[in-house]
Design a protein around this ligand. Structure first.
Ligand code: BES
Ligand code: MN
Ligand code: ZN
Length: 513
């Protein structure tokens, strides 16, 4: 990552970088906030801006000034090349709403600094908000880091990049108001942002470069980190262990499947959470082939797996202590080669359950069910969380602004809903029930892998529920939010990394009582 933060007690006037950024709350006096004495030329310029009504802290309001042009006679110079003034609706009392506003502002700042290719910038942020000073800074920093993301891509002509990388250090200038724990907050943001970058990078990598083997390699790479243990099951292992549904999905492809396992176990006596992410590196639909129109987007069908990898990478650095977390990523392609699984075939899951495959395009639940069943047997977790771009129906039902949440446990569901609200990755809970499960009754097997079109997100979750038994479980369907959803200042087009910050928030705020 090329973005970093530092805290400094410097006088704004002495900051000599590319831009000094002032975030101005409602009715605030810009000159006073900058410590610029009345009578100075810059103070007069700021007063003029206020008179014009241009400093009223309207959303997205933005003014660039050049301090060097606003100096008279022997006045002490302002060393920053530019001054950027931004308005914030500081009267917001809801913490989650304020946090989102701050992240959006941070994203906006990143966009502006990218345009001028800034290397060093400093930021002053307002006081007396509904969030603590360091938490407000953390939200700004989150938006800044996530908005600063770009994927280097595959091009010979590096100059032709539509989003040149931002390589900038942002200095937080607390000024007079103390910001307790600021350094730690910013460090946490750097760790989280690095995780989101990792998830976005994996998803941006095209399916011919990011294969099931890549997940395995990535896992082993992460396994070199202190406190993370990695192992990868290859095709032969999967056969020995009996994950036949995962193997069935992979049979139409030349790429062998993998199951990556990452273990973070700081305290044996604490509860264990199992994370499972769908790592479908390309979903053509298999023999039940998808239409060509948006098929290329199915390289993103591994976003759930990317989330799990990214979360596991961040846990040791965040120093999570009272929770054990195991991450699983079942990975495969879903293609239609000569050996491909056929509609009507019956496959045996790890737990012995037989499934009739009536639609080869409903492959995600097959690989997740195998991984969940295997993970339950191997790790006996106290809770299971899975993340997947599972159903087109999630897009039909919720569009691109909420992810689906389905759970057999009220506490877990409430925890995830709260984490989603806090991180700006909101979830909407959908029901489960035996009446929906009936749609999956098979005449030849224990279950079939697809029902009719109605309630598609729910029946997909019903399928998974069958395999978790009584273990508290929550399923996140991120089909509508994992990529190209309505652009936000801190979520560029392409993969969003949605789920990473929700899960990190959820795991770091886990109440083990
Ligand atoms: N990966 C898709 C779901 C998907 C579709 C995600 C579009 C994002 C955008 C999944 O494997 C799939 O194909 N699901 C089918 C299930 C159906 C056949 C029961 C679907 O949603 O159409
Ligand atoms: Mn599919
Ligand atoms: Zn899929």
């Amino acid at each position: 990552m090329t973005i970093s933060f530092c805290t400094e007690d410097a006088n704004p006037q002495d900051f000599s970088g590319d831009a000094l950024i002032l975030i101005l709350g409602r009715e605030e006096d810009a000159a006073a906030r900058l410590g610029c004495k009345p009578g100075k030329t810059l103070a007069a310029a700021l007063a003029h801006l206020a008179d014009c009504g241009d400093l009223l802290a309207k959303p997205d309001q933005m003014v660039w000034l050049y301090p060097a042009l606003m100096r008279w006679g022997r006045e002490k110079p302002w060393l920053a090349q530019r001054l950027l003034l931004l308005g914030l609706d500081s009267a917001v009392t809801d913490q989650n709403q304020l946090a989102e506003k701050l992240r959006l502002l941070g994203g906006l700042v990143a966009g502006q600094l990218r345009k001028i290719q800034a290397k060093e910038a400093a930021l002053l942020w307002p006081d007396g908000l509904a969030l603590s000073r360091s938490e407000a800074a953390a939200q700004l920093a989150t938006g800044f880091a996530l908005g600063g993301y770009s994927f280097s891509g595959y091009r010979l002509d590096k100059e032709k990049h539509s989003r040149p990388p931002l390589d900038c250090r942002l200095h937080f200038l607390p000024g007079d108001a103390p910001a307790e724990g600021l350094q730690e907050s910013l460090q946490r943001v750097e760790i989280e942002a690095a995780a989101v970058y990792r998830a976005r990078d994996m998803a941006n990598t095209p399916a011919n470069y990011w294969t099931p083997a890549s997940f395995g390699k990535q896992a082993l790479q992460l396994g070199k980190m202190k406190k993370l243990k990695a192992s990868v099951l290859d095709r032969a292992d999967l056969q020995r262990q009996g994950l036949e549904a995962l193997l069935a999905v992979s049979r139409g492809s030349a790429e062998p499947p993998t199951l990556s396992v990452l273990e973070y176990r700081p305290a044996k006596s604490c509860p264990t959470v199992l994370l499972v992410g769908k790592g479908l590196t390309f979903d053509s639909g298999g023999l039940c082939l998808k239409t060509p129109a948006n098929m290329h987007e199915m390289k993103y069908d591994m976003c759930g797996g990317a989330v799990v990898m990214a979360v596991m990478q961040a846990l040791p650095a965040l120093g999570l202590r009272d929770l054990n977390v195991v991450g699983l990523v079942p990975a495969t392609e879903n293609l239609s080669g000569a050996a491909a699984v056929k509609p009507g075939d019956v496959v045996r899951h790890f737990d012995g359950r037989y499934s009739e495959i009536v639609n080869t395009d409903a492959e995600g639940r097959l690989i997740l069910a195998d991984a969940i069943a295997w993970g339950l047997a191997a790790f006996r977790p106290d809770a299971v969380l899975d993340v997947a771009t599972l159903t087109g129906a999630a897009i039909v039902g919720l569009g691109h602004h909420y992810s689906g949440l389905l759970s057999n446990n009220e506490t877990l569901a409430a925890r995830l809903l709260a984490a989603g609200e806090a991180t700006g990755e909101p979830f909407w809970r959908l029901p489960l029930g035996t009446e929906y499960r009936k749609q999956l009754d098979s005449t030849v097997a224990d279950i079939k892998n697809a029902g009719d079109r109605s309630g598609g997100t729910i029946t997909a979750a019903c399928y998974l529920q069958e395999f978790v038994g009584n273990t508290p479980w929550a399923h996140l369907d991120i089909a509508g939010t994992a990529w190209n959803f309505t652009k936000k200042a801190y979520v560029p087009k392409g993969p969003s990394g949605v789920g990473v910050r929700t899960l990190l928030h959820c795991l770091t705020h886990w109440d083990t009582k």
